[in-house]
Write a protein that binds this ligand. Structure first.
Ligand code: GDP
Length: 302
């Protein structure tokens, strides 16, 4: 239900247009395929994925000897799921250690919803019975530390912080030591989202990595990149840059509720080969959902 509600905008635009198309054409022909292709492109599914999907659809329509457009939506869903899952080397699931501390690093540019996502994820993990601690590693942006503290208070988790302008690696060191000594299950670390200077970003993230790994071998266990779904193709550009700067293990696609172009999930998967682990479907504490391909695709056509 959450998925369905969160995808309302995409459904209202994309799905209803597909339904109109089906009603308009009745029989499957080249004109129908061409218009469908346009709709998919408008939904930000991405050129390559659209081409792949269109090939699969044409093949399936021929194989089944479908003449009627009725029921084509379920064929589209089926093929979308197949295409998405074919590219899926890694799982969508968050890697939480069975024993000991799990460290999750969050990266992403300002405004994409990183702080909100950290808050929501803390809430989610707490509900699953985990103890959570936050590290205020964005010491650069004015107000970032306070904003994280607000979420910490709201969710009821401790925030390890220093003053604005301090060394993020020092904050991480403090945070990892505190988390270990208190036997916390999951430490979630915020970082500054500066993409303007890629070398600085890379150096800062490497330094943070080193500090964390020295204290917890194998950590950080996840490096999650927050991307704003409403920025469309720009999100892909950001993702490429972060992928070059660090080992991103998963993507959180925020504000999926705020866009009619929900096809961006598929473009990200196919272009970047990084699993989308969560999607943000609203501003509230429980508006973060693990990404599930079938729920997503069938949510579009339900
Ligand atoms: P940050 O600068 O990346 O830390 O971004 P914030 O966490 O401050 O979020 C920026 C704005 O986006 C805030 O107004 C959030 O409430 C909003 N936001 C974050 N995630 C979502 C989401 O999934 N859906 C919607 N509709 N808004 C969101």
């Amino acid at each position: 239900e959450k998925f369905k509600d969160g995808l309302a905008k995409t459904r209202n635009q994309f799905t209803s247009k597909v339904n109109d198309l089906v009603a308009k054409y009745r029989t499957v022909d080249e004109d129908f395929f061409e218009e469908l292709e346009d709709l998919l492109l408008q939904a930000d599914v991405g050129v390559e994925t659209v081409m792949e999907l269109m090939d699969a659809l044409r093949f399936e329509v021929q194989r089944k000897n479908m003449k009627d457009t009725a029921g084509i939506q379920s064929v589209i869903s089926e093929k979308l799921v197949e295409i998405y899952e074919a590219g899926e080397e890694e799982s969508n699931e968050l890697l939480i250690q069975e024993n000991g501390l799990t460290v999750i690093l969050f990266v992403g540019v300002n405004g994409v919803g990183k702080t909100t996502t950290i808050g929501k994820l803390s809430h989610r993990l707490k509900q699953q019975g985990k103890t959570v601690m936050l590290a205020a590693g964005d010491t650069f942006r004015a107000g970032a530390i306070e904003q994280l503290q607000v979420w910490g208070d709201r969710v009821g988790v401790e925030v390890i912080k220093q003053s604005e302008g301090s060394d993020p690696a020092a904050v991480m060191y403090d945070a990892v030591r505190s988390a270990k000594s208190r036997g916390v299950d999951v430490l979630i670390c915020d970082t500054a989202g500066r993409l303007q200077n890629k070398v600085n970003l890379m150096n800062e993230l490497q330094k943070i990595h080193r500090v964390i790994e020295r204290e917890v071998p194998g950590a950080p266990h996840e490096v999650l990149l927050a991307l704003d779904a409403t920025t469309g193709q720009n999100a892909l550009v950001q993702a490429k840059a972060f992928k070059e700067a660090t080992d991103v293990t998963g993507i959180v696609l925020t504000k999926l509720d705020g866009t009619a172009k929900g096809g961006i999930v598929l473009a990200i998967r196919n272009k970047l080969h990084i699993p989308v682990k969560f999607v943000g479907l609203g501003e509230k504490m429980d508006d973060l959902q693990p990404f599930d391909t079938e729920k997503y695709v069938y949510g579009l056509f339900a």
